[in-house]
Design a protein around this ligand. Structure first.
Ligand code: FMN
Length: 319
């Protein structure tokens, strides 16, 4: 049985989990109902349970949950176990879910580790991807390297650079079983991106790979420039050295910070704040994050000019 058959999806299109509530049940269910695999990405066991319940009301098709390993606690995995698949990211891959498990990887070594840990598939992420970026290699190049390094029956998916049907075809031709798109689905009607964030992305031509919004999670991420990046990024796109040091120092505590405290921090955040959190602007979050928060987007943003219903995007991507 192929991975797509095991997942029960009709077309080789996966919507990437987009954290902090950017991809919730509305988007995941719309993608899944259209025959792809939709992914919920929220923080906390109660939120995961709620979003899965709401998604199940909208579709009888399979739905995935995304978990970030630096933050996900045992209860989150327990709540996610009732999803049809769990996609993890960032950190040492370890099987923590009984069902279908996908791990997103940024290198050959990481993909090997995911395979050795018993993952059902690896998502190979290229450097052009939006959000947090694990790898340093263009997606198709990395896919080629991982394909030869791992047994041919181990399924690989490709993330980064997927916005049109030609991109999906290229990924499949290069040996992927499915393509994973984040930014394209962020600009859909069902996404929970703040309208101001979506507008900035529709107008954007370029992105920057930075570590600026790294308070609590010092990891590279790709964003569209805004007032905060203009304020802080000079010659070094990673951001000022002092900010990067403070980001690293703040990391151990962030895992245990309650959601209410994180929201208070995000509300107080201004473009000139020394510590900038990774919380992206959602439609129910502070408006100020459009200028003071990370406008996560992949390089495909330059090719995306309209917001469309997610179901139409699935059909268009599947060609
Ligand atoms: C807004 C946004 C948020 C993201 N958040 C997450 C996340 O929470 N977990 C995760 O595994 N990947 C996350 N990613 C990365 C995606 O899994 C994927 O690698 C990326 O979207 C692929 O590149 P693309 O955005 O150009 O399609 C995010 C990407 C974007 C654009």
């Amino acid at each position: 049985m192929t991975l797509l058959e095991r997942l029960g999806i009709k077309v080789p299109v996966v919507q990437a989990g987009m954290g902090g509530g950017l991809s919730r049940h509305e988007l995941a269910a719309a993608v899944s109902e259209a025959g792809g695999l939709g992914t919920i990405a929220v923080n906390g066991a109660a939120a995961i349970e709620r979003e899965l319940r709401e998604a199940r009301k909208l579709t009888g098709r399979p739905v995935a949950v995304n978990l970030l390993l630096p933050f996900a606690r045992r209860g989150w995995f327990e709540a996610a176990a009732s999803a049809d698949a769990v996609a993890t990211f960032w950190g040492k891959p370890r099987r923590r879910t009984p069902g279908i498990w996908l791990h997103q990887c940024g290198s050959v070594a990481e993909a090997r580790a995911a395979h050795a840990a018993g993952a059902d598939a690896a998502i190979v992420q290229g450097v052009e991807a939006g959000g947090h970026v694990r790898g340093e290699t263009p997606a198709l190049e990395l896919l080629e390297q991982v394909r030869v390094a791992l047994p041919p029956e181990f399924p690989l998916l490709l993330a980064g650079g997927i916005a049109e049907s030609g991109d999906v075809r290229d990924a499949l031709d290069a040996g992927a079983v499915a393509a994973v798109a984040g930014t394209r689905f962020l600009l859909s009607e069902e996404s929970r991106a703040h309208p101001g964030y979506a507008r900035r992305l529709l107008d954007a031509e370029e992105t920057v790979l930075t570590e600026l919004f790294g308070a609590g999670w010092p990891a590279p991420h790709r964003v569209v420039p805004n007032a905060a990046t203009v304020h802080w990024l000079g010659d070094d796109p990673r951001g000022p050295r002092l900010s990067r040091i403070l980001n690293r120092l703040s990391a151990p505590g962030a895992r245990f910070m309650p959601a209410s405290a994180q929201l208070r921090l995000a509300r107080a955040q201004r473009p000139g704040s020394r510590l900038l959190t990774p919380m992206g602007p959602t439609d129910d979050g502070p408006d100020s994050l459009v200028d003071a928060g990370p406008l996560y987007a992949g390089r495909t943003v330059a090719r995306i000019n309209e917001i469309q219903p997610a179901a139409e995007l699935v059909s268009a991507l599947a060609g």
